[in-house]
Write a protein that binds this ligand. Structure first.
Ligand code: GAL
Length: 440
């Protein structure tokens, strides 16, 4: 069922089924601010270079970026790609540097962000250009699904161009560990309680039941538990005030989460996603909840789905797609606006999206792929395309779709404190409720 809701003030849609949204689109209206503040048309100017900030700096993420840059160089041989990637999964380092550079009036030509509420603060501060004219020029309005267009549209304006869609609520599991604990890898638990009882068995067999790394990976796990316990509609209500962060349903999710955290390996809490998922690849731990960029990590490590590892929606979230999309901006004061325009053209082109996403583990944001083009994707990715087209879509907190950066950062800090043992479940729930309130 549809779970359409709007964020207060900015009208950013945060929860919706992929099918029942046409009516809400009409509410987006049109903007009178279609041009950059300079008055020049969007993306006019120096195209000799493009400085691109991402956090795709290592491993399979770097491979994905390189595949994209190859297409870019072929499409725009006169624009030099300057790689300004900053290490740190989930943008853990990049976001701080970007915030400092933007406030100092020294932006890159384009930077990686997420479709949805995350960009609210940058938009409100006037850092970004409305790029909707580029959507007309590149003919993108019909290429992307409505559910994505709605998350990109803020008061009738659009401030970024998406390169891909990822799913956050996926469990990656080691076949050998599950078997050693007497569990059937083909029959995953269907509820959080059943999953916890499987974790007990895995612990008794002498393996680490589940791993998690630094704060944003903890948020990815926690939001999946929230979705399982609240369901899509009430989960989405957490972002428009219709579900109470201090209420009993969230208490239940926090308690489940606390139990799950008790099965994790503390020594990984400061690690990025790749070291945190490695014990699954090595047959030392059973589960890791991670966005589906993980499939690119398994591919790069030459692991085979079905034999070495299995994947399934976090128990209790089947039929729900916890969505996020990487999306690139065009800041005011960009030094090479023409270069940025070329980058946005490349990442949104069919060629760019196929080259990038086949390597990155994501699915293209474009929905106009031919069957031949779909065949280039892995079995996991084809299943994700199918799920995205029929599941209920909800927005990821950890990856910027659901809440402004201020709120999700504060929630990440609260989870980190909790994992380290510096707060209890009650204090965690209070801190989450306060983080939501403070960002309204
Ligand atoms: C997310 C991003 C993904 C992936 C992940 C891990 O925020 O959307 O594309 O890069 O971080 O770094």
């Amino acid at each position: 069922m549809s779970v359409s809701t709007y964020m207060s003030r900015r009208q950013v849609l945060i929860g919706a089924s992929a099918t029942a949204l046409a009516a809400t689109l009409a509410a987006c209206g049109s903007s009178d601010k279609k041009e950059g503040k300079s008055g020049e048309a969007v993306g006019q100017g120096d195209a000799s270079q493009v400085d691109v900030v991402t956090w795709w700096q290592a491993g399979s993420e770097k491979d994905g970026l390189e595949a994209l840059v190859k297409v870019f160089n072929a499409q725009f041989p006169k624009t030099k790609f300057a790689n300004k990637a900053i290490a740190g999964g989930g943008g853990s380092q990049a976001k701080q540097k970007l915030a400092a550079d933007l406030s100092a009036g020294n932006p890159p030509d384009t930077y990686q962000a997420h479709a949805g509420a995350e960009l609210k603060d940058d938009i409100d501060a006037g850092y970004l250009q409305d790029v909707s004219k580029l959507y007309d020029e590149f003919k993108l309005k019909d290429a992307f699904p409505k559910t994505l267009m709605e998350r990109l549209t803020v008061d009738g304006a659009i401030y970024s161009v998406p390169s891909n869609i990822h799913r956050n609520n996926v469990v990656w599991a080691s076949v050998s560990v599950l078997k050693a604990a007497g569990l059937d890898p083909a029959k995953p638990a269907q509820t959080i309680d059943a999953w916890i009882s499987d974790m007990e068995k895995i612990k008794a067999a002498g393996y680490t039941p589940i791993t998690m790394g630094m704060a944003w990976t903890q948020m990815g796990l926690f939001e999946s538990v929230l979705i399982a316990d609240l369901g899509a509609e009430k989960y989405s209500g957490l972002f428009d005030g219709t579900t109470d962060w201090a209420g009993a349903e969230v208490t239940k999710a926090v308690e489940h989460y606390a139990k799950i955290v008790s099965f994790t390996d503390k020594s990984l809490y400061t690690e990025d996603w790749e070291p945190a998922i490695k014990p699954i690849m090595e047959g030392k731990a059973a589960y890791n909840v991670m966005g589906d960029w993980a499939v690119a990590g398994f591919n790069a490590a030459k692991k085979t789905a079905g034999t070495d590892y299995v994947y399934f929606p976090v128990p209790g979230t089947k039929g729900i797609f916890d969505f996020l999309a990487d999306s690139f901006t065009l800041p005011e004061k960009a030094k090479h606006p023409g270069g940025a325009k070329n980058w946005l053209s490349c990442i949104s082109s069919k060629e760019g999206q196929v080259a990038f996403n086949t390597v990155k583990g994501s699915i293209p944001a474009r929905t106009d792929l031919t069957d031949e083009e779909k065949k280039k994707f892995s079995e996991y990715q084809r299943s994700a395309m199918e799920d995205f087209s029929k599941d209920t879509i909800v927005s990821s907190i950890a990856h910027g779709a659901a809440l402004p950066a201020k709120a999700s950062n504060a929630m990440g800090d609260a989870l980190s404190k909790f994992a380290q043992g510096a707060s209890d479940a009650k204090a965690l729930q209070k801190a989450l409720a306060e983080a939501y309130k403070a960002a309204q």
